[in-house]
Design a protein around this ligand. Structure first.
Ligand code: NDP
Length: 337
């Protein structure tokens, strides 16, 4: 059983040195348990937070423990009444080949799911995050302008496409010309801007001639700085993530702009609300899942995966994801289908 265990807590960007590669024998199971073989491992920005012991909404991974992560796995052996060998399940097996489960939290995906890895992306946690954050906090209305960054990733791409289905003008922000082309040509956003451009703030102002009604916050940093002066009265800002800050070791240099933010919220009567998807919306998963299945079947939502072969590549892909070097939802192929 090959595993990546957390060896040390990163200062700044995570690297392979923060992990230990460990090989152990395949675990055995007892009555009421299942043995799972990881087929796909999801890599997500939240993993950077779990490597740190700074206070957060979830406990950090302890040093010496297997790194956490969502997985799509197959049941190899079952001593549990609800599962049989060969079943596909969505699990939280972590960065390893095999995991033992007592069934808690396992989601059955059937015997022959069409696109099992989608359960880690558009049809799972990131898609659900996009759907709830946009519909419940963003409250999109036809004709409004919606801005979302990390627009080619699993959350941002879904936010923008749902925004289009709701009749919004959608402006994406992404990290390269190639990503921006994909976002407009394949996903149907109205505009997509590269945040690396020197005149990004001016470009954003031009792309939003009627101001911004919804800013779905995925990244923070200079994208938010450019959005702030463009917010309309009664704007909504679902605060989903701040990926540009996850590797930061201190607060950004001054001047202190907190009063500018508070003043804008006051004058624009804007609403900024953070959310943690399963803590806040867990009971809505069924509704989302049904809706997303329908949209996918109708070809109304498109989705891009970056499938990376081999568990050994997980640490360097996590670092790459946090730097925007991924293109689409990062999934590690750990074992054979
Ligand atoms: P992505 O796969 O889109 O990966 C993150 C992307 O962020 C990178 O590809 C990069 O895209 C962009 N990025 C990185 N650094 C910067 C920067 N300095 N400035 C601007 N953009 C940057 O991630 P996900 O779709 O999985 O997640 C998106 C956000 O949603 C994250 O903040 C994540 O933490 C959050 N999230 C929150 C949840 C919740 O419950 N609140 C649940 C799930 C996700 P590019 O190259 O295009 O800039």
């Amino acid at each position: 059983n090959r595993q990546w265990q957390l060896a040390s807590r990163p200062h700044g960007e995570p690297s392979q040195d923060n992990f230990n590669w460990v090989e152990q024998s395949v675990p055995s199971i007892t009555q009421g348990q299942v043995l799972l073989r990881t087929v796909y491992l999801s890599l997500d920005p939240y993993m950077r937070g779990r490597m740190s012991d700074a206070e957060s909404y979830a406990q950090p991974v302890a040093l010496g423990q297997v790194m956490v992560g969502g997985t799509v796995s197959r049941v190899v052996e079952s001593l549990h009444p609800d599962f049989t060998a060969g079943d596909w399940v969505l699990s939280y097996g972590g960065w390893q080949d095999y995991a033992v489960s007592d069934g808690t939290g396992l989601v059955a995906l059937g015997h022959d799911p069409k696109q099992p890895s989608y359960a880690l992306g558009v049809a799972g946690m990131p898609g659900f995050t996009a759907y709830m954050g946009l519909t419940d906090i963003g409250q999109p209305k036809a004709g409004e302008t919606l801005v979302v960054a990390a627009a080619s990733g699993p959350v941002g791409s879904t936010v923008g496409q749902i925004g289009k289905l709701k009749g919004c003008r959608v402006v994406g922000v992404a990290g390269s010309e190639e990503k921006c082309r994909y976002v407009t040509e394949q996903l149907g956003f109205d505009v997509c801007l590269d945040h690396h451009q020197d005149d990004f703030a001016e470009q954003l102002a031009k792309a939003c001639p009627n101001g911004i009604d919804i800013y779905f916050e995925n990244v923070g940093g200079k994208v938010f700085d450019a959005v702030l002066p463009l917010l309309n009265t009664s704007a909504r800002i679902p605060v989903c993530g701040l990926v540009s800050q996850y590797n930061a070791t201190q607060l950004p240099e001054g001047p202190d702009r907190l009063s500018l933010l508070a003043g804008t919220l006051l004058k624009k009567r804007a609403r900024m609300q953070g959310f943690i998807i399963f803590d806040d919306y867990g009971s809505h998963f069924g509704t989302f899942s049904q809706q997303m299945k329908q949209w996918l079947a109708e070809g109304k939502i498109h989705y891009k995966e970056q499938l990376v072969d081999g568990l050994e590549n997980a640490p360097k892909m996590l670092a790459a994801l946090l730097q925007g070097q991924n293109f689409g939802k990062v999934v590690i192929q750990v074992g054979p289908n």
